[in-house]
Structures are given as structure tokens and as C-alpha cells.
Design a protein around this ligand. Sequence first.
Ligand code: G6P
Length: 612
Amino acid sequence: MCGIVAYLGPKEAYPILMNGLKRLEYRGYDSAGIALLNHGLQVFKTKGKVSDLELLLEDKDVAGTIGIAHTRWATHGEPNDVNAHPHVSPDGKLAIIHNGIIENYAILKEEMKQRGYVFKSDTDTEVLAYLIQDVREHEKTDLPETVRLALSQVTGAYAIVVLSLEDPGMLVAARKGSPLVVGIGEGEYFMASDAAPIVEYTRQVVYPGEEEIVVVDLKEGIRIITIANTEKTPYIQTLELNLSALEKGGFPHFMLKEIYEQPRTVRDSMRGRLNMEQGIVVLGGMQDYSRKLINARRIIIIGCGTSWHAGLVGEYLIEELARIPVEVEYASEFRYRNPIIYEDDVVIAISQSGETADTLAAIEMAKSKGATILGICNVVGSSIARATHAGSYTHAGPEIGVASTKAFTSQVTILTLLALMLAEKKGCIAASRYYRLLHELNSIPEKLERTLQFSDQVKHIAEIFCKTSNALYLGRGINFPVALEGALKLKEISYIHAEGYPAAEMKHGPIALIDEAMPVLVVATRKGHYDKVVSNIQEVKARKGVIIAIVSEGDEQVCSLADHCIEIPETDEMLVPLLAAVPLQLLAYHMALLRGCNVDQPRNLAKSVTVE
Ligand code: G6P
């Protein structure tokens, strides 16, 4: 949510910043802006996308070797030119970009208004810019100390970078709750919300910790101090990120590329963890917590959006295979409902970005009550990965399309491995079933390849239904969360109203909606509750409903009832979500495309939700 990027060094800053903004645009894209030191402080900003900013600056003087830039997802104040970042202090000497929320901004703003300050925007960020100037005037401190003193007065979450006309060889950044990475090149420095804008220039990076201030200075190098004023030694790491992972690689959209990456990303999630020769699962990060998990009073899985859906699949997997009670909660609800948490509960937090504010806050809350917290994250070194006691990375690579696809199948893969590991250690799974599942799981990447080959069937169905206004998704058992995820994908990117329901619940309400126009998507694969799902399909057909069924390859029974069928390879019931999710992702993609929607950057959404 909001992308920040900054450069300090000998090169022209503008192309680096613009390039960085394009790489970070997935984080928010309602307005964008840039500030450069070039015969004074030049600030340009506009409502709209990064391309609109580029257009605005076509004939402007954008020279300068130090600058900051921002792409916004509005929190305080509507997306317009004035509310766009950077925000400037009243004396025009200092500019700031910010990702996060200053929670006490209203009080600070009121106090400053009473002292005569006049604000231009509705943002919390502008208040921070004014506060920094105010502190500097009163305390006569240098820029790093001024920022530190100002931030001591602030509550909330932030990643900020401050650029000052009076300190032309320096940038000061700070973070609390929002992500920030600092790149160190040859006599130059980069700062950004994630490593994507940095990796093509340097692989040497520092991830500042919570409540840390980073000062980069052309003469004095890099320095870290905490808000509490303790000096820290910067820990320089080498980035392991492939630049090609950040490109579309010949696909028209990141989302399509990421859907097609799934055979590989699922394999990467299993790599080194599923040992077929020895017939064991070694889930490195979580291994040491096996006993704790097996003896847990409950496993509580928390997450948001697609990660919450993966958690629901995990509940079916862990309860069915390892027979450990699992509860799945929206992180946003969990954190505020004063839940009962015991010390022998294990909380598993799932997050692609590792940044989601609600998930992070829920972790802190559960931690404070003594629970063990494990993480399943995609982004290495992210806040959630650092806040948990241990965990496993999904290794799906950067996910840039705002609608999550490959992250989901990777999260489900890790949860499957975890369920199998616990089941085997606990001794509650028959050896034959265990080995059959290991074998099946190992064949999922190849089956995903085959699933993707049915994509023309999906496209054809999208052409028929792309004008619909509503869609119902049904599934039973472990495929109920798949129905939820399918519906989420469709609404996120095509803006078609879609609902996921347990198939049997249909008769308690949604059946009233069924008519000849609304497609009803049913996950009706051969295993599991097949006969029951067939009955549900018949109930829909009896009311002249239109059925699109996800079926096991060669299923004639359902295909004779359904209006349209999409085939997926046969697999164990427990593993169907890994395959069935894919045609639903593709369907949403094609429907959105046919409706002229921006597939990678759907309206109002953001990839990393760093605000609650
Ligand atoms: C946003 C994204 C979703 C994602 C959710 C949770 O809403 O648009 O795709 O599922 O956040 O994000 P996380 O990074 O915690 O998985």
C-alpha cells in the first residue's frame, strides 16, 4: 500500500525513480509524485498512474541527483493532485514521502493549526512534514535528530523518506510497521518499499528494523539509529532476487504470467521439503515445532483475503490428516475480539506479502498472550516473517498482479506438507495413505501443467459469460474454500458480484437467486462428496440455472448435467484445491480482460495492505 522510492548518488535520479515507481505501482496507483533537488526543491505530483506523472514531466526540467518518489493508495483524503505525495513543509525546504498511517495526525494537526500553521492537503503525511519543520525550528537539531524527535511524537505505522534542501548530500528514512529496504551501491544509495526498484542497481541491501532511522550521507555513508536514540550497526545482506522475476516475460499481464508459473512455483514450494526417496517431509522452519503443533490445544490460522482462503484449506488438511483441531480466523476480526488464547495454542499466520497490517497486529496480540506463532510468508525478510517465532517461506517468487494466484497454491502446498509431516510424526495416518499422498503431491506440478492446457475451454466459457452481473461459486468440503477463492478472484478483477458458498448451503438462501442468466460454478471433482455435489447440481438445473462445472478428466456424469465443463486431472480429494483453483483464476482473468478491466491493477485494491 503506497510505494516509496528514493535515490542519492552521482547519477541522474529521475530515470531511477521513475523506473522504481513503475516497479512499485502494484502497491497503489491512484496518484504519484516526485521531488528532486535541482536549483531548489522541485515537486511534481498528479492524480492518476505513474504514466500520468511521466506525461506531466515530459517537458519539465527533471535534472538532479537526489530525489524521492511515491505512488499512492489513498487513506486520508481522496486521490487528487494536492493529496498526492511528496508533501512539503511550510517553508518549502523539506519534502517527505510516506507509506502507512499516522494515527494521531488529527491531534497534531489541530495543535499546529492553533499555532498558525495552514495545511493544504487532507493527508496525515503533510502533518508529519510540518511537524519535522516545527521541531527543527524549535530544537535547532540536524536532520536525523529532527526526524527522530518528530517521530517520537507520532503513533501509527510508517515508512518515510525525508529530503531536505538544507542537507543536499543526505536522505533520512525511518520505518515502523511498514516495509523499507535500503540499497547500497558504489557511492550511491537507494531506498524503496521493496527490493524491486533496487535489484538492477545493487544487490547489497539493509533491511532496517522496527522503529529504526536510516541516514544515508554521501560523505559519511550509512548510519542507523533507533527512535529511542540507540546507534545500530547496519547489517548488509545480499539480495537473492532475479530481475526476470519482476518482468512480464512475454505475457500480456503479470497475473497471467503468475498463473502459468504455478507448476514451477508449487515445485519450488516443495523443493528440499518433500523427499520422495526417503518418503519424508522436512519442513525446515517448522520441524522444531512439530511436537508443539502435535500437542497443541488448537492451531489457529490467521490471514486476510486469499491467504485466509488458503488457511481454510489448511483447516481441512490438518484436521483430516493430522487430527489436530484447527480454527481459521480473519486476522482483522481475531485481533479485535479479545480471543481466548492459551500458551499451548499455536498460531499460524499466512501472508503473501508478509506486510498485512491486520495480520501483523494479530500476531503481536497472540504473542503477548504467550502463543507460539509460525508464519507462512512469500516475501523473504518481510515484517511478518520477522515477527513470527519460526516458519516456512513459500518460495513462489515475487507476485506482482494484485489478485493473488501463485501465492495461494504455494500456501496450500506448504499447508499440505505440514499436515502430512504432522500426521506422520503423530502416527495417525495409515502408511499406505501417507505414501499415496506424497506420491500424488509430487505429481501436482505435472498435473498443473495439464490443467493449464485446458485454458482454451476456460476462455471460451469466459466469452459466453463475460457480460453477467452475478455469479455463484459452490464447493463442498475442502473445495468450499476453493469456491470462495474463485468468487474472490472474479469480483476483484472483473467487478462482477460473485459469492462463494458451501454447495449444501445453497438451498438456505442463494437458491433464490438462480435463474437462466446467472452462472453457477461448481467444483464437482470425482472424489469426496461427489454424489452430494451432483445432487446440488440437479437442484440448480431443476430451477433452470446455468452450471459451469470443474470436473475430473473424463467425467461424463456431471458433464451430461452441466452446461459447461472444465476438466482437471484426477487427484486425491485432499489435493484438489491445488488444481481446481487454477481454472477459476483463468476464468476471472479472461472475464476481466473481455470486460476491458485493468487485470493487474484493479480499481481500489492494493497488493500489500499495510493499513488496517
Ligand atoms: C490484499 C491483496 C490480496 C491478498 C490480501 C492479503 O487484499 O489484494 O490478494 O490476499 O491482501 O495479503 P497477504 O499479503 O497478507 O497475503
